[in-house]
Design a protein around this ligand. Sequence first.
Ligand SMILES: C[S@@+](CC[C@H](N)C(=O)[O-])C[C@H]1O[C@@H](n2cnc3c(N)ncnc32)[C@H](O)[C@@H]1O
Length: 313
Amino acid sequence: MLTQEKSIQVAGFALMDEAESMLRSGHIQSGMDRLILGMNKIQQNHSPSDWEIFTKSDCLTHSLKTLIHQCPFTYHSFSKPRGYAGDAELIDYIYTLKLLPDDLTELGREILNYTIDTPAPRSVRARRDILAETIDAVAAASNHPIQILSVACGHLREAQKSQAVQSHQIGKFYALDQDPLSIELIDRELVEYSIQTIPNSVTALVRKKLTFENLDFVYAAGLYDYLSQPFATCLTKVMFDMLCPGGRLLLANFVPNHLEVGYMETFMQWNLIYRTEAELEAVAIDIPEAEIASKRTFFEKEGNIVFLELVKN
Ligand SMILES: C[S@@+](CC[C@H](N)C(=O)[O-])C[C@H]1O[C@@H](n2cnc3c(N)ncnc32)[C@H](O)[C@@H]1O
């Protein structure tokens, strides 16, 4: 009888053999479909510890890896050139704003075109659009120039989509990120919009070394997916306390079991902290009910990212 650990190797290698032969014979779409669906099934059918051993070692010894890593989006995530997962350059592949490498192969281009149009990247684009729409809605509803803070702003790509930012209707836009390269890009590319960049970690907010007040809108997208529940709970309270009466807090998080978890955790080595709707709602547990004028959760159109929105009394 196969042990559990052996059985994951057998299933994984059979899947990768099949996907490799499909890619080598030019069947990119069906080969990638097979790989993504198959990896998800393997993840769901095995214990977390067997899955972890498989993703961290076994699966990376297969020759399929050299084909898949011709996709610059997948390889960027795997190699982590900035030393951490989910940097803003990686997200720029999803926004189709990243300059492609000169040595990109035809296979790499085809896999890239496939991977950035799968449901999870579509959700990331939808998330950016929701941020831009919310900035515009908060600006339109206010009778004063609004103050915004984007926490873990990356390249602040929602600013390019926001009418209110583009037409200089924002009073003050603070953009905080720990990555100096992302901050430099905003300073360079968004100079005409007077964004005030803050090169700092969210830890400075939680420790109250850095504070803001009277904000009309504070939000974090692509950050909570990396935060433990206790840290996320502290940060949520800190962000909420920065709001003016009527101010809005918006948080986003990927939900568990979306289609690409298996692919992300193997060939991309991109592990997120997933939250259900209830788990995201629970990060607001330290905020007294009396301070909350309204609370709602909702999903973007693909259903892979859940949002929590709180309005302050
Ligand atoms: C996935 S990107 C999201 C960027 C952007 N918010 C978006 O939606 O496109 C995550 C960003 O979080 C930033 N980040 C991660 N941990 C952080 C921390 N502890 N403090 C500040 N920024 C952080 C990273 O530098 C990166 O720019």
